[in-house]
Write a protein that binds this ligand. Structure first.
Ligand code: GLC
Length: 735
């Protein structure tokens, strides 16, 4: 009897295509010389405009499989023509680029985007970025960056989606789907890249590229899940990270690259090193020389070497001396060719040569995402939104009118002339007679007070002072870690000067990381945190300030009171001596009855300034009536947790309801809270909605002492909450 399984047509065709691709790879591989194979494994950044004769010649010889961050659309089209028409085997190039949060249309930095808690909108933004990049001949973006970061001193926290693995997994997978679209072969799709694999965000001291020590339990519980989610979303490539992970550089780490990625996750995509990360195994003290570095990277399973040339220079000798098996080279080239086949590069994928410009739909999406990314941290006496009938507003600070800074870190193709600044948007909204602008400082690092008098004067002659504070772009991103989190330059002094005018102050903070700004916050009646909001940040901020939009952003990274608390994050362990809320100062007990021997500080409240998940609105939301579908969850069963969210205020708005659990007793202690779900609700004044979350036993699994994923029976707490510090509680038992 023949068992006929009727597979869906789409699945059938993809299986056929996959088999066809493997056949084509085999056929091509059998014709390639070793030098051509090593060429495919090499990525260069050395293309210039116009393309030099040596580079033309190298492309003809198959010296490079890819270029990154190089050339114009026309250069890329010419280089592709040479590869396809003038090289021996006509193997196409793949062009990679850091399209991290937009191409020409720049969206908020990823840390800002994540504060929207809106996977669909984040996916749409990535889709637009892919369309714009592919429209200029880019086929591969080095994004999403899905490192988990719990240290705002690290400059690259700007590129992350925050501190939580569950949320980063959901949003990172949304970006993968946005970049790659329905088919990689579509001319408007780009291959995504899960980076930086893995543990990079745990750099000691928050200092970029620094060592990371992450026990396997923690690696699997916190740092790997977002990469597994990207793999499950079909991410086409991975990038290895710069850091040494438990003493072994990630670019030579056979545990993460072979055992986890290939053996456990069965990943068949392509792995690229980070920029010269292969040769950096020498200063790491892991490789003796370039040949040794090439050997370690190849044995670990790095398919393509970014910028350094150890593969091309040393692999032939390594194979001849049997230090590397030629089969490993064939495996790497298969992964590279598979990517190129999947991208349609062997099947006449267009290679556009012209430059493009953002379209209205892209700018509208950028504005919406910028609005949803902004977090309202403070709003005393409902100072915001500002009344449209206000007399005059003093706009103060360099970041009110700084297009490049507003776009944030990792922007290669965003055009400053496309950026709409807050000052421009406010001028359009208020007109020239109701707005006065005082830059006050040359830039965010400026320590001079020369501009203070004019700024104070502007505040005195206005009804409200709008202070734009924060960090320039150059203080954020790669290799830009800071030991302090304060407002740079003389900004706090500027706030004090403006406060003397005695007018209401609204602070709008543009930054690439959580900052500490108690002084400014104490003087301002309201504080909006706008991150680096991208091309349309100005109109978005103006809409929020004047109530044309209502803030709904929620923090995805904990804000410390002071840098001395770092690392500080919501999903922490309880310790054996948890401090009580508000516990502070030197205990007044006596030696006989010791008091205050708890895990706190003497000089600052141990709680954060603002917790993960925190964000205010122009209305008020009330959480109530939590109920469970049962008191017990049995293996194989489900448990539904419901609660009501009501808009008890006077304005229509969105709210992101969060769902947390706590495993009260386990063989490896579990955090005081762990995010397991979230829902965006839109409520009119007086309206109430029930939000529901469904749990299975798998949702409660954790890694035990043997780093195996297990579930253990016992009591669990749950919350449906507005942030990680509050919420309506409940309890159930897992049997
Ligand atoms: C950089 C970054 C990486 C980026 C790559 C290419 O050093 O670490 O995120 O994609 O090099 O620019």
């Amino acid at each position: 009897m023949i068992l006929r399984i009727a597979l869906p047509l789409a699945l059938m065709s993809s299986l056929v295509n996959a088999q066809d691709v493997e056949r084509r790879i085999d056929a091509l591989l059998s014709r390639m010389t070793l030098e051509e194979k090593l060429g495919q494994m090499s990525q260069s950044t050395s293309m210039r405009t116009p393309i030099s004769e040596p580079i033309r010649d190298e492309i003809r010889k198959g010296r490079w499989g890819s270029f990154l961050n190089a050339g114009s659309p026309a250069d890329r089209a010419e280089a592709q023509r040479i590869a396809l028409k003038e090289s021996r085997l006509g193997i196409p190039l793949v062009f990679g680029r850091d399209v991290i949060h937009g191409y020409h249309t720049i969206f908020p930095i990823p840390l800002g985007q994540s504060a929207s808690w809106d996977p669909e909108l984040i996916r749409d933004a990535a889709r637009i970025a892919a369309r714009e990049a592919a429209g200029e001949g880019i086929q591969w973006t080095f994004a999403p960056m899905i490192d988990i970061a719990r240290d705002p001193r690290w400059g690259r926290v700007a590129e992350t989606l925050g501190e939580d693995p569950y949320l980063t997994s959901a949003l990172g997978a949304a970006m993968v789907r946005g970049f790659q679209g329905g088919s990689l072969a579509s001319p408007d799709a780009v291959a995504a890249c899960a980076k930086h694999y893995v543990g990079y965000g745990a750099a000691e001291g928050g200092r970029d590229y620094n060592s990371t020590w992450i026990p396997e339990i923690l690696l699997r519980q916190v740092y790997l899940p977002s990469f597994r989610a990207a793999r499950d979303a079909g991410v086409a490539t991975f990038m290895t990270s710069f850091n040494a992970l438990n003493g072994v550089p990630a670019t030579g780490n056979r545990f993460t690259l072979r055992q986890v990625l290939r053996d456990e996750w069965k990943y068949d995509g392509m792995v690229v090193s980070d920029y010269t990360a292969v040769t950096e195994m020498i200063p790491h003290g892991y490789a003796a020389d370039n040949a040794d570095a090439a050997r370690e990277a190849a044995l670990a399973g790095v398919d393509m070497e970014m910028v350094s040339t150890t593969y091309f220079d040393h692999m032939k000798a390594l194979i001849q001396s049997k230090q590397v098996d030629a089969k490993l080279i064939d495996d790497a080239v298969r992964n590279i060719l598979r990517l190129k086949f999947r991208l349609g590069l062997f099947d006449n994928r267009p290679q556009p040569a012209a430059e493009t410009r953002p379209v209205a739909e892209a700018l509208d999406t950028a504005r919406r995402l910028a609005v949803e990314s902004v977090v309202l941290l403070k709003n005393e006496g409902n100072l915001l939104p500002i009344s449209a009938s206000i007399g005059k507003v003093a706009v103060i600070g360099p970041l009110a009118d700084s297009p490049t800074d507003q776009m944030g870190t990792w922007v290669m193709d965003g055009r400053a002339q496309d950026v709409q600044t807050p000052l421009a948007a406010l001028r359009r909204m208020l007109g020239p007679d109701r707005l006065v602008y005082a830059r006050a400082l040359r830039n965010s690092r400026d320590n001079t007070h020369d501009g203070f008098a004019a700024a104070a004067d502007a505040a005195r002659n206005a009804d409200l002072a709008l202070l734009f504070l924060g960090e320039e772009q150059i203080l954020s991103g790669e290799a830009h870690s800071r030991a302090f989190l304060t407002l740079p330059g003389a900004q706090e002094a500027l706030v004090e000067e403006i406060a003397k005018a005695g007018k209401p102050i609204v602070a709008v903070i543009l930054a690439g990381r959580p900052l500490t700004f108690q002084g400014a916050s104490s003087r301002a009646g309201a504080v909006l945190y706008a991150w680096h909001p991208g091309t349309m940040g100005g109109p978005a901020i103006a809409d929020l300030l004047f109530g044309r939009a209502a803030p709904s952003g929620k923090l995805t990274i904990t804000f410390p009171r002071t840098v001395g608390q770092v690392p500080i994050y919501y999903s922490h362990l309880n310790t054996g001596r948890p401090p009580s809320p508000g516990e502070l100062g030197i205990p007044m007990g006596n030696p006989v009855e010791p008091k205050g021997y708890t895990s706190k500080y003497l000089d600052v409240d141990f709680t954060p300034e603002y917790p993960f998940g925190y964000g205010l609105s122009y209305t008020a939301f009330e959480y109530s009536n939590l109920r469970l579908s049962g008191a017990t969850l049995r293996s194989g069963g489900t448990l539904t947790v419901s609660a009501d969210v009501a808009n008890t205020g006077t304005r229509e708005a969105d709210e992101v309801a969060q769902f947390y659990i706590r495993d009260l007793v386990a063989s490896v202690v579990q955090p005081v809270r762990a995010l397991k779900g979230f829902r965006r609700v839109h409520l009119k004044p007086g309206e109430k909605q029930t939000v529901q979350f469904t749990l299975t036993a798998n949702d409660l699994a954790f890694y035990n002492e043997q780093a195996k994923l297990v579930t253990e029976p016992g009591r669990f707490q749950v919350w449906v909450a507005p942030d990680s510090a509050r919420g309506v509680p409940g309890e159930f038992t897992l049997e």
